[in-house]
Write a protein that binds this ligand. Structure first.
Ligand code: P1T
Length: 397
C-alpha cells in the first residue's frame, strides 16, 4: 500500500517544487491511501508488520524503523522545506540530539549565543562530556564567525529568530562562510516555520524544527522534525533515528500532519496579530525594550525583510526599571494570554524566560545574552487582536 522507505523511494513521495507552498501544506509529499481511499493518512497504531516469508513484506517491518503515518509526516516536512529527505522524532530536542550524534569527540560546534535553554542544556550538560566543544557567539557578527573557525569546526548551529531575544541571523551569509570552510550549517527554524523562511534554499545543510510549536500548532503534541538534501547525511540520520529510537508515535505524527494543513492560514494571523501587539507595546510608557524583527531599529531588520516572508508572532519585551515584581503583577492580571512554557499554538502564551524556558542557562550567561529579570516573551496567538491588545493594556496599565 505504501512505498518502502529506502532513500530513493523516500524522495519519490515528495511531489515536486511546482506546487505552491499553500498547496504543499495540504498535499506535499502525500501518497493516496489505496486500501479504503482515506483522505487523511490513517494512524497506523502498530509496532510490527506481517511478513509472508522471512524478509518479504510490504516495505514496513517494525515501527521504530518505519511507520506509514510517520512516513507521511516526514514526506510533508521534506516537501515544505524543499528538501529530499525528512525525519520525525519524539521531540525537537531529540531531533537536535540526532544531529549532534553525527559528530565525534574533538569536533567543534559554533552556535548562536542566545538559543532555547533546553538546546543550551543539551549542548553543555550532555554533549560536552562526550567531547564535543561548543562555542557560543553572537552570530550577527559575521567577522567573528570567520575568526572562530578552526580545523576542528564541523558545524555552525543557528537559531533564527533566536529564542528568546528574537535576534535574526543572516542564513545566506553564514552559509557562504560555512561552504568556504567546508563546515555544515544547521538551522533551527522553529520560530519561522517554512512558511516564513526556508533555510535550505538559503544554503543551509540541515533544517530542524520543534514541531511541537507552529507546525503542529495546537499545543497538543511534542514532536521534532529534520529536513535535508544531502543523501549521505540523510543515510546517517536515518541510521541514528533507527539505532537510538527517539521516534514519534503515529498519533503524534497524525496530529502534526493535521496541524500543518492550516499552517499558512495560522501563520498569516500570527504575523498580523504580532504586528498589532507590537504597535500597542511600542506606545506603552511602562515598556522599555521591544524585540521583534519588524521593528525598524531591530539590528537585523533588513536581513529579516530579505530572508523572512513576514516578521512572525514572537515578541519579547522588558519593563522600565527591570523589576521582577512588575512581571509577576503583569502575568497575574492577564486573562487571555496564558502563562506557560512553549509557543506557536493557536492560543496566546506569555513566558518569563529567566525562571521558565531558560532557567537551565547559568545566570551570568543569561545576563550576557540580555535575558534580564523583566524580560517577557509573548507567543501571539490567532485570537481577535482587539482582545489581545485589551488584555495587555489592562495588565500593563
Ligand atoms: O520542546 P521540544 O519539542 O523538544 O523542542 C525544543 C526546542 C527546540 N528549539 C527551539 C527554538 C525551541 O523553542 C524548543 C522548545 N521551546 C520551548 C519549549 C519554549 O517555550 O521556548
Amino acid at each position: 500500500m505504501y512505498i518502502s522507505r529506502t532513500l530513493s523511494n523516500h524522495a519519490r513521495g515528495i511531489n515536486n517544487r511546482i506546487m505552491k507552498f499553500n498547496t504543499k501544506v495540504i498535499h506535499g509529499g502525500q501518497i493516496k491511501e489505496k486500501g479504503y481511499g482515506a483522505v487523511m493518512p490513517p494512524i497506523y497504531q502498530t509496532s510490527t508488520y506481517v511478513q509472508s516469508e522471512p524478509g518479504v513484506h510490504q516495505g514496513y517491518e517494525y515501527s521504530r524503523t518505519q511507520n506509514p503515518t510517520r512516513h507521511a509526516l516526514e514526506n510533508s516536512i521534506a516537501s515544505l522545506e524543499n528538501a529530499k529527505y525528512g525525519l520525525a522524532f519524539s521531540s525537537g530536542l531529540s531531533a537536535i540530539d540526532a544531529i549532534l550524534k553525527l559528530f565525534k569527540p574533538g569536533d567543534e560546534i559554533i552556535s548562536t549565543h542566545d538559543l532555547y535553554g533546553g538546546s543550551y542544556r543539551l549542548f553543555n550538560k550532555i554533549y560536552k562530556k562526550y567531547g564535543l566543544k561548543f562555542i557560543f557567539e553572537d552570530l550577527k557578527n559575521l567577522e567573528k564567525v570567520e575568526k572562530l573557525i578552526t580545523s576542528k569546526t564541523k558545524l555552525v548551529w543557528v537559531e533564527t529568530p533566536t529564542n528568546p531575544m528574537i535576534n535574526v541571523i543572516d542564513i545566506a551569509a553564514i552559509s557562504e562562510i560555512c561552504k568556504k570552510n567546508k563546515i555544515l550549517l544547521g538551522v533551527d527554524n522553529t520560530f519561522s516555520t517554512p512558511y516564513l523562511q526556508r533555510p535550505l534554499d538559503l544554503g543551509a545543510d540541515i533544517v530542524m524544527h520543534s514541531g511541537t510549536k507552529y507546525l503542529a500548532g495546537h499545543s497538543d503534541v511534542i514532536i521534532g522534525l529534520i529536513a535535508l538534501n544531502d543523501e549521505k547525511i540523510a543515510e546517517n540520520l536515518f541510521f541514528i533515528q533507527n539505532s537510538s529510537g527517539a521516534i514519534c508515535g503515529p498519533m503524534d505524527a497524525f496530529l502534526t500532519l493535521r496541524g500543518i494543513k492550516t499552517l499558512h492560514v495560522r501563520m498569516d494571523r500570527h504575523c498580523s496579530n504580532g504586528e498589532k501587539v507590537f504597535e500597542f507595546l511600542n506606545q506603552c510608557k511602562k515598556v522599555d525594550k521591544i524585540y521583534w524583527p519588524g521593528l525598524e531599529s531591530h539590528p537585523n531588520h533588513l536581513v529579516a525583510k530579505r530572508q523572512m516572508k513576514k516578521f512572525g508572532g514572537m515578541i519579547s519585551f522588558t519593563f522600565v526599571n527591570n523589576m521582577y515584581s512588575d512581571v509577576v503583577n503583569f502575568t497575574k492580571k492577564l486573562k487571555v494570554f496564558t502563562l506557560a512554557e512553549s509557543l506557536g499554538g493557536v492560543e496566546s502564551l506569555v513566558n518569563h524566560p529567566a525562571t521558565m524556558t531558560h532557567a537551565s542557562m547559568p545566570k551570568k550567561d543569561r545576563e550576557r545574552n540580555g535575558i534580564t529579570e523583566s524580560l517577557i516573551r509573548l507567543s501571539v496567538g490567532i485570537e481577535d487582536s482587539i482582545d489581545l491588545v485589551n488584555d495587555l493594556d489592562k495588565a500593563i496599565n
